[in-house]
Write a protein that binds this ligand. Structure first.
Ligand code: AMP
Length: 423
């Protein structure tokens, strides 16, 4: 089914054709027509599903509609953005804003702004003063602007909460409530989340009116384009050898190596640089300017390897990432799904390799249970594990609690020094 039959106008279908998208993804197929009807939506989806376009295209349809109405056009100037998208991280906000300008490239005079933390206020204030169609923001900084009266949100017709579960995890609940309270009650709200259990479900009940549910089974969906592999390592040294071996393979176009802590990310990036890799680290402890430069380096392919933490790597959408390597296992099973979704983008295939030590066995089982997929074990000739790993139990068997303890353990380079920082 082509995009045009979902009810999208020509300027948008033309931009989609330019981007090379000819068929809607399942989440787009379900969400777009319902969103165009003006319904509130609860969308269960993960990155890589095409969720951004699923809400951005309806948002752009509103902008197009407003362009055709003189009355609404006149109103727009004073009343701020028509669509507001909240995201948990700065990186995701940038990504979403880029999607808005990409899909909206044929929307005349489209104005998109981002308001995120960690960058100077000046440009944001200027953007907020001017006429605006779509505002993409992280909750904390937007609330700052709201408090100082600089952000005008009375013209918002559409509110999107992207990765709502993540925003809640990051403690944004009160910010979200305050922002929602500043919006017109007569609006459409779309809530996207990997899960609607717990807090995300309560938020949906609080903010949505007779929502339609769109569920493309998030975590158990097979990632057809992503091959998963598990390597057992005897110890840290063995794990480092496995990593170094994988990274020297020719098939690695670009790789993201995930660590559990910021300190590990820095340590590992230094180590890989020492042995000649074009590498940088990316984590939440770095100033935004540097994070942007690192991401730019990745996109421009000056970097071949990025060593990142979960929070920082959210939303990275670089199609040339051929490998995701789990060097430190994630703290939460959901993050595994987010991590491997950094590869296999835009119709390409990707490889997700997990390097696990014995103490990670519990987490490996939990991931397999959560995704309802087993991660096939593999070995590299000459680097086989010497100790027999605890057999990788099949996914359907009950796994016990994690054995090793994943958070807070001392780390290579700086054993036991201080508390590790996540993110
Ligand atoms: P997202 O889930 O929004 O992070 O999008 C995942 C990736 O899929 C992004 O690289 C999009 O540009 C791409 N994408 C979105 N919609 C489509 C589509 N209909 N066909 C092919 N690729 C798409």
């Amino acid at each position: 089914m082509p995009f045009v039959s979902l009810g999208l106008s020509e300027p948008l279908t033309r931009a989609l054709a330019t981007a090379g998208y000819d068929t809607p993804t399942p989440v787009q197929l379900q969400a777009i027509p319902a969103a165009l009807e003006g319904r509130d939506l609860m969308v269960a989806s993960h990155t890589g599903s095409g969720k951004t376009a699923a809400y951005m295209l309806p948002a752009l349809m509103r902008v197009l509609a407003a362009r055709q109405s003189a009355e609404r056009r006149a109103r727009g100037v004073a009343s701020g953005p028509r669509a507001l998208v909240l995201t948990p991280t700065r990186e995701l906000a940038m990504q979403v804003a880029k999607a808005a300008t990409d899909y909206g490239r044929h929307v005349q005079g489209l104005r998109v702004a981002t308001v995120v933390g960690g960058v100077p206020y000046g440009a944001q204030l200027k953007a907020l003063r001017g006429p605006l169609d779509i505002l993409v923001a992280t909750p904390g900084r937007l609330l700052d602007h709201l408090g100082s009266g600089k952000a005008v949100l009375q013209g918002v017709e559409l509110l999107v909460l992207d990765e709502a579960d993540r925003m809640l995890d990051m403690g944004f609940i009160d910010d979200i409530r305050q922002i929602a309270a500043a919006l017109p009650a007569q609006r459409q709200t779309l809530l996207l989340s990997a899960t609607f259990d717990g807090e995300a479900g309560s938020l949906a009940r609080e903010l949505l009116r007779e929502p339609q549910r769109v569920a493309v089974d998030a975590h158990t969906e097979a990632h057809g384009d992503i091959e998963q592999r598990l390597h057992w390592a005897d110890d840290l040294q063995h794990k480092n050898k496995l990593l170094e071996h994988i990274l020297t393979e020719r098939s690695v176009e670009q790789a993201i190596v995930f660590t559990s802590t910021q300190r590990d990310a820095d340590w590992l990036a230094d180590h890989l640089a020492d042995i000649g890799h074009a590498v940088a680290s990316l984590h939440g402890g770095m100033p935004q300017g540097r994070r942007n430069r690192v991401l730019q380096g990745l996109r421009q392919r000056r970097l071949r390897v990025l060593v990142a933490t979960d929070v920082a790597a959210r939303g990275i959408d670089v199609p040339t990432i051929s490998h995701v390597i789990n060097y430190g296992l994630p703290m939460k099973v959901e993050d595994y799904v987010h991590r491997i979704g950094r590869t296999g983008r835009a119709g390409r295939s990707g490889l997700a390799v997990t390097l696990a030590e014995r103490r990670d066995a519990g987490m490996v089982h939990r991931i397999q249970r959560y995704t309802e997929q087993s991660i096939p074990p593999a070995v590299i000739a000459g680097l086989e594990p010497q100790r027999k790993p605890e057999a990788a139990r099949p996914a359907h068997r009950r796994a016990g609690p994690p054995r090793g303890g994943f958070g807070g353990r001392g780390r290579p380079g700086s054993p036991g020094a201080g508390r590790p920082h996540r993110g």
